[in-house]
Design a protein around this ligand. Sequence first.
Ligand SMILES: NC(=O)c1ccc[n+]([C@@H]2O[C@H](COP(=O)([O-])OP(=O)(O)OC[C@H]3O[C@@H](n4cnc5c(N)ncnc54)[C@H](O)[C@@H]3O)[C@@H](O)[C@H]2O)c1
Ligand SMILES: O=CCCC(=O)O
Length: 497
Amino acid sequence: MSLNKYSKPTLNDPNLFRESAYINGEWVKGTDEVFEVADPASGEIIARVPEQPVSVVEEAIDVAYAAFKTYKNTSPRERSKWLRNMYNLMLENLDDLATIITLENGKALGEAKGEIKYAASYFEWYAEEAPRLYGATIQPLNPNNRVFTVRQPVGVCGIICPWNFPSAMITRKAAAALAVGCTVLIKPDSQTPLSALAMAYLAGKAGFPKGSFNVILSHTNTPKLGRTLCESPKVKKITFTGSTNVGKILMKQSSLTLKKLSFELGGNAPFIVFEDADLDQALEQAMACKFRGLGQTCVCANRLYVHSSVIDKFAKLLAERVGKFVIGHGLDPNTTHGCVINSDAIEKVERHKQDAVGKGAKVVLEGGRLPNLGPNFYAPVILSHVPSTAIVSKEETFGPLCPIFSFDTMEEVVGYANDTEFGLAAYVFSKNVDTLYTVSEALETGMVSCNTGVFSDCSIPFGGVKESGFGREGSLYGIEDYTVLKTITIGNLPNSI
Ligand SMILES: NC(=O)c1ccc[n+]([C@@H]2O[C@H](COP(=O)([O-])OP(=O)(O)OC[C@H]3O[C@@H](n4cnc5c(N)ncnc54)[C@H](O)[C@@H]3O)[C@@H](O)[C@H]2O)c1
Ligand SMILES: O=CCCC(=O)O
């Protein structure tokens, strides 16, 4: 692959770079109207893709609906083979796919490669799960009846995804859906549609039948397209990853047709460091957790709670280590951390920082804008002794701001951690298993990670509680969200012999 800094890449396989939607196995524009995709690091336009009208989405829904009628009857072994092919193809094209992510999202190439491996792992996992969908046999009260259950695919799934993981947020939904026999219509974020299109190209090569894997595109038309997906009686499920506010809109719109829903929404993860924690381990893990994607992941630590006896030491050492980050264009091999997605992300970081400092937080690492690199570059900020009244204790920053709060007792810190409407991930650091266990049970989140800041894995159930959403992705449970349970009763059997 030859890459010129700040320019469109020459990919090993140029077919992976697509500027059309993918419907029924065809590359489709459907309109002359386009929207632009820019490299957030350089501002350079890297693609022009169609702004699709509602009529194209309606056609795509019809295609996915028609395809479902045959796709649902393919054998689990066939689907497993296509999923496995997709896994292999993603790894074979790792460099190109990662380059596309870096160019549209801004994350460093090393992180982008990690995302592709993570994204592909869902295809591998569900290739293995596809033939293992079990039901139950049930002993009913009526002795002349026999009862069993089967899991059937729910139908056409509308998949709406964010920009922060342009590949992995799609695969952990699509792989499970395709494994059980659902067809999918994917709507990526308008800032990062190119990864979805590259995967559509690979899905065709992997052997998925026409109409089973579709990608539609929109920017300003997004609310109309979203409504069309939510209100169509032919779409049986909406699976969404994104903000809680948009999740609430989609839930209302989906109520008209009472769709099955899975929502992975915003987080506000507490990262708790007790006085007996291995400080060096907690520091390393805090860095990895807080600054993954430069703070733009839903499971990034949003609030660090560090015991009052170690908070000053922890904050100083963290600032020393984070100060060594090399921030730059994601394709530069020296870069450890890329840029944020857009100027709104920086404005939110600054608003949360000013609020906390105004309320008495200490600045440990000043951070701030890096105009020499570009308008979307921002060096991490670390604040300590942040008061509990700061906005950041309640609102997700989704950016490179690391606020550290002090606490004294276990009861106090669990109270702070749970004092939010969100409940996605939480982190606990201690050498005492009683502390880990008691606190894990008390935290109101879907996932708790003890003594590690990086826990994501295709084998675990991923998802939240409270306003962080519902449904689980990945693991053996993730497949259930794309099925409906059917009960079959065979009645009036003769008396037993
Ligand atoms: N829980 C998780 O697994 C998870 C993962 C990643 C991101 N997130 C959350 O996502 C948020 C950041 O992503 P974002 O700002 O791009 O979210 P967003 O909700 O603005 O956008 C997500 C997707 O929804 C689409 N969308 C926006 N308005 C829509 C509408 N009216 N109808 C239909 N679709 C619409 C967008 O185009 C995009 O594809 C954060 O809150 C983050 O925590 C959660
Ligand atoms: O941004 C949210 C998803 C992050 C992950 O899957 O680890």
